[in-house]
Design a binder for this molecule. Structure first.
Ligand code: PMP
Length: 356
């Protein structure tokens, strides 16, 4: 019997700082890569009627074949490829780490999405991070050497990468896919804002999985992640999926929204236009270095990033500070592209903070 109940928790779990979400009530919220636009009233009313009719006394549809069919069509999943769905793509990352991490563990390039390391730890598997180059491009020699040395069960590459916003060179990603002894999970969470995807290349690579989420497209609240891959791998991953992980409300809303996907892709188009304006505005501010982005956020560097982050917060604008999270991110901040008004509020608060 442990002395205290919490002593029973695995040491590597006790050593973690859990994923926390800062208080944001009443603030201009530009910290979480959400789509800032709400749905048209008519569409919301239609969703309301569908939810009203949903059979909530029954377990959700399993295997959610209708939803998967709609997703394959809308996401242009190549013929013959299969899907497994997750309660957000976070859950899919967990499924892949649990099922395939094994002895070799999980390898990713850094800086990247912090949950990869955390989820590998939850899954009780090893995690190895390989640094990107100073310009956030892939260090291919170092990455291939690490793959050869560590023989990871899973390599995770984010395309485009969070928090740096860039798309890696596709040819280099292909070399990693070819060299990896196990699965390569290509996380395309920001696909809606990106100029390239590996989805159409999926049939050529039996060890590749392409992951998408509806979160950044405007449906973060329904929690739906999609993993596409070859049937043999998807079938195995399906074994670690908890039964009924995609609830009925998510299925109903997702199916309807996939019929109206143009509403969301048009919003994504507006966000991309705003991204160009925001990037240009940031680049015009002395002392700010803003990096190019294929996602719905922009990474920028400025001296005294912590002070700038706090100054923005005091002025009612919440972004994300990455200072201290990785050697390559010293003095870096990340801002989500919001509505024109939100972006203007951010830029004005930033200028005031820098002048203070
Ligand atoms: N992958 C990346 C790269 C992300 O940035 C995020 C969320 N910030 C996720 C996955 C998780 O998204 P979700 O669980 O909402 O699908």
């Amino acid at each position: 019997m442990p002395k205290k109940p919490e002593d029973a928790i695995r040491p590597e779990i006790r050593a973690l700082n859990g994923y926390t979400v800062p208080h944001s009530d009443g603030m201009v919220k530009l910290d979480a890569m959400e789509n800032p636009y709400v749905l048209p009233a008519e569409l919301r009313a239609r969703l309301g009627r569908l939810v009203e009719q949903a059979a909530l006394n029954r377990y959700p549809d399993l295997p959610a074949a209708a939803l998967k069919g709609d997703l394959k069509r809308v996401l242009q999943v190549p013929d013959g490829m299969e899907l497994v769905l997750g309660n957000g793509s976070d859950e899919l990352i967990q499924m892949v780490c649990m099922a395939a991490g094994g002895q070799g563990g999980v390898l990713s390039v850094e800086p990247t999405f912090v949950m990869f390391r955390m989820i590998a730890t939850f899954a009780g598997t090893r995690y190895v991070g390989v640094d990107l180059r100073d310009d956030f491009s892939l260090d291919i020699e170092r990455t291939l050497a690490a793959i050869e040395r560590e023989r990871p069960g899973v390599v995770i590459i984010t395309y485009p990468n969070n928090p740096t916003g860039n798309l890696f060179d596709a040819g280099l990603v292909e070399r990693i896919v070819e060299a990896a002894p196990g699965i390569v999970l290509l996380d395309e969470a920001y696909h809606a804002f990106a100029s390239d995807s590996f989805m159409s290349r999926l049939p050529r690579h039996p060890n590749l999985l392409v992951m998408r989420t509806l979160s950044k497209l405007g449906l973060a609240g329904i929690r739906l992640g999609v993993l596409a891959g070859h049937a043999a791998v998807i079938q195995e991953l399906g074994k670690v999926r908890l039964p009924y992980n995609i609830n009925t409300l998510t299925q109903v809303v997702a199916r309807e929204m996939l019929q109206h996907i143009n509403v969301l892709t048009e919003q994504a188009g507006t966000i991309k236009l705003e991204r160009s304006r925001l990037l240009e505005a940031l680049r015009g501010i002395p002392g700010v270095t803003a990096y190019p982005s294929d996602a719905n956020f922009i990474l920028f560097r400025t001296s005294q990033a912590e002070r700038v982050f706090d100054g923005l917060k005091q002025r009612g604008v919440l972004i994300r500070s990455l200072h201290g999270s990785h050697r390559l991110l010293a003095d870096c901040l990340r801002v989500t592209v919001g509505t024109p008004d939100e972006n203007a509020a951010f830029l004005s608060a930033l200028k005031q903070t820098l002048a203070a």
